[in-house]
Structures are given as structure tokens and as C-alpha cells.
Design a protein around this ligand. Structure first.
Ligand SMILES: [Fe+2]
Ligand SMILES: [Fe+2]
Length: 200
């Protein structure tokens, strides 16, 4: 039986873990996991004030991308995807779409995840040629069922989201959406545990 007064497992090596240890860890995880969306929002805030030479800072770019998607009638998951598509900018200077995709993978449909993963190459259509790169690099994916969706995301929402005069919604507007979408996984090896906890 679990000692409810304890808040730490006793093992020094996980090899020696016991049921009681893991009951304690599972109890802690039960409180921690539903705040996943909160931690994602906190990390997104790190993009504020970071311009990198762009006309708006990276947080405003995210808010503007999401606002444009929302006002165009996109569903909640798509809007959250739009909001967070560049969350990898702070940790992934060389592969920011991969970082965002890793964070969002449990919460998105296959199509929305594909958009996040590939938006960098598709967005490159609008600037790679200024850097000596091939602006049609995205053509390598022309057989993908998600090619058009990713191209549309960049054309309608991501590429236009650098306007300093656009009236983007504030981050608070999107917070409930992020909390709903990013607190319980659609897919994860832990989904069985998380679903049981959500039902309690
Ligand atoms: Fe990006
Ligand atoms: Fe972007």
C-alpha cells in the first residue's frame, strides 16, 4: 500500500523501483501532465522581443499567424498549430520545425503535424532564392497528400504574418485553446495511462 505521506520514490537506481515508488510518481504525473499546455505557453513567451531582423518579433508573428487562421474559420487544433508552429525558434536555430513537431506530435492530426514539420521548407518558397537556395525545394514533397495543405498554410497564414499594423489577438485569447489541445495526447505511448486519469 502506498505511503501517502511520501512524495519521493526511494530507489537510487530505477532498476530497484517498486510499485509503491511508481504509485508516487504516477500521482505526481497526474497533477503535472494536465499543465503541459501551460508550460508550452510559458515557453512561447520567450519569443517576445526577439526580432531577428524581421518586421515583428517572433511572438507577434505566432499570434498573427494564429489570428489569421482563426479569422479564416479554421478549427481549434489548426489555430493552435498555427500559434505554435515557430515555438522551436528559441531552441532549434537550425531545425525549428522539428522542435515544434516534437512538442506537438501527441496533439495533432497527421496532416497538421506534417504542416508543422515541413512549413520551413514550404515557407522557403518566399525567400530561399534571396539566400542562394532553391525556392522550389518543397517540390520534393509534391507527391505528399499534404503538399497543398502545407503550401496553403504558408501562403495564407505564415507568410503574411509579418505586418506590424495587423490587429492580432493577444496570447490570452488563445490560452484556453492551447490548454484544451495540449494537455491530453491524441497519440502517445502513455495515452492509456493519461486517458484513465482524465476519466477519473
Ligand atoms: Fe517557421
Ligand atoms: Fe512562421
Amino acid at each position: 500500500m502506498t505511503d501517502i505521506t511520501r512524495d519521493h520514490a526511494r530507489f537510487r537506481s530505477m532498476i530497484d523501483g517498486t510499485q509503491e515508488d511508481w504509485d508516487i510518481i504516477a500521482r505526481e504525473q497526474k497533477a503535472f501532465a494536465p499543465q503541459n499546455g501551460r508550460r508550452i505557453l510559458d515557453h512561447l513567451k520567450l519569443l517576445g522581443g526577439d526580432y531577428g531582423g524581421f518586421p515583428v518579433d517572433r511572438l507577434e508573428h505566432c499570434l498573427q499567424t494564429a489570428t489569421r487562421a482563426h479569422r479564416d474559420g479554421r478549427d481549434e487544433e489548426y489555430v493552435v498549430m498555427a500559434l505554435l508552429h515557430d515555438i522551436g525558434d528559441t531552441l532549434g536555430a537550425f531545425n525549428h520545425p522539428d522542435v515544434a513537431a516534437a512538442i506537438l506530435k501527441p496533439f495533432l492530426t497527421e496532416e497538421n503535424l506534417w504542416i508543422v514539420q515541413h512549413h520551413g521548407i514550404f515557407q522557403g518558397h518566399y525567400f530561399f532564392h534571396y539566400l542562394g537556395l532553391d525556392r522550389d525545394m518543397r517540390d520534393q514533397f509534391k507527391d505528399s497528400p499534404y503538399y497543398d495543405a502545407c503550401a496553403e498554410f504558408c501562403e495564407k497564414y505564415d507568410a503574411p504574418a509579418f505586418d506590424p499594423d495587423y490587429d492580432s489577438e493577444p496570447l490570452e485569447f488563445f490560452e484556453p485553446m492551447v490548454m484544451r489541445i495540449c494537455s491530453y495526447p491524441k497519440s502517445s505511448i502513455y495515452k492509456k495511462v493519461m486517458t484513465a486519469e482524465a476519466a477519473e
